[in-house]
Design a protein around this ligand. Sequence first.
Ligand code: FAD
Ligand code: NAD
Length: 479
Amino acid sequence: MADKFDVIVIGAGPGGYVAAIRAAQLGLKTACVEKWVNKEGKTVHGGTCLNVGCIPSKALLETSHKFVEARDHYAEIGIEVGDVSANIAKMLEFKESVVTKNVGGISALFKANGVTALEGTGKVLSNSKVEVTGKDGGKQTYEADNIIIASGSVPVEIPPTPLTEGLIVDSAGALEFTEAPKRLGVIGAGVIGLELGSVWSRMGSEVTMLEAMDSFLPMVDQAIAKETQKLLGKQGLDIKLGARVTGSEVKDDEVVVKYTDSEGEQQQTFDKVIVCVGRRPYTQGILDDDAGVKLDERGFIFVDDQCRTSVPGVYAIGDCVRGQMLAHKASEEGVMVADIIAGHKAEINYEAIPCVIYTAPEVAWVGMNEQQAKAEGIEIKTGSFPFSANGRALANNAPEGMAKVIADAETDRILGVHIVSQHAGELIAQGVIAMEFGSSAEDLALTCYAHPTTAEAIHEAALAVSGHAIHMANRKKRK
Ligand code: FAD
Ligand code: NAD
């Protein structure tokens, strides 16, 4: 038997690495097992988020956005740059450098905080033991008072479009295209589809998105979703709703995708196809037969509100458990579990977890939308404000979008904030903080906002809840 630890974390994504650092900060002897190996054969930390998710996708979203700004919009504000061209090889190099810096940062943080990094594949055995199989196949068993499983998720694959090297790819494959495919098919108009569809559309692809559902972004307030669909459509994303993919055929370096919609059977030919129809929990080989940890009916590791599994001393966090598959949700759960193990009281307010889609403009939301509130029979009042009436948005040459505040009609408590605008992902923090503090719409309305800022649109939306927006001509009548 090798070393004994207070805590062993399996997986070093944003759930696992944050849990490990927090546990070590709290004085617990902590190890973190990671099996992810990069192209050079080196074990790297950061999981999906840093290696093939949040970080590389944002690097490509930023570079492709800057390219379009320079090519199509600089002249509008008086900057003449002549012919602008994109060097995709250089963009990919930049993306890789961002990933390398980020994953290197985690290893440095492990060292600084005294987390023992174990390289290999972890497996939960019975009686608080973890078996680690190294790259060379050698096995080592460790004992731990507490185990945190943070094994993450992998893309869902669907039988009609099996992944096919270089032609039908998942999100990781779509971060590696060396040129913009002329005709790009995107299956699923969810978060990944919209982000990666935007990247390649900006770089020149004709993008068609096939979305099975009839509604667009149902988790977002439908006023905001409709505005987003209109704006993304104008940018060239052809979003086909109610389009259920039924099959595909690969021939001569092309993919013919078959789908059904309200008009019957259809087909469309693409040079490349991205399948992004959701992700599923990754638990393969992580639980020994007699580990005793139960899965739920959808294959997630079953946990309670505080991420305790069915086995005392074994916790699970992040994408491998219920809830939204978001890096910051995984990290918050990591902190909560480390705190609980260290004997502190800790909990997460799952009602106040923000979501952001990093298109341009960005879509960001927290809490309920109008449709959800009504479906639950909650009486609400809402206030909206367009960025076209916000001075800073006009000065930024980014007047698209709107902000909406949803409040309880009786108590005025904020139930949700939904935004589509430039930097909506930054603006939404106000909604999160307001909800975390149980604020009313009036609390935001009575707050002083710096001028000129796009944040003032949130202020105006909060004022609009009671009909008091200042910069809106057709505002509700003052009560
Ligand atoms: P992961 O990040 O998946 O990490 C799990 C780790 O566990 C991996 O490193 C894996 O190798 C390791 N592991 C698994 N099994 C074992 C084992 N047996 N032994 C050892 N190690 C093991 N979320 C956001 O919040 N914002 C975004 O902008 C965003 N963008 C995204 C873009 C894309 C293209 C994708 C695919 C995802 C994106 N996400 C985003 C989602 C985000 O990446 C995940 O929610 C997040 O990574 C989940 O963190 P995690 O720690 O639970 O799992
Ligand atoms: P998603 O759930 O956001 O979207 C998948 C879409 O595919 C849905 O709209 C669904 O209706 C559709 N779909 C499912 N089956 C289909 C079929 N057969 N044909 C056509 N459409 C079909 O999932 P995703 O975009 O794959 O992303 C996975 C997860 O990763 C998300 O849940 C999200 O939590 C996370 N993520 C977050 C961010 C971010 O925070 N910015 C970015 C990327 C990914």
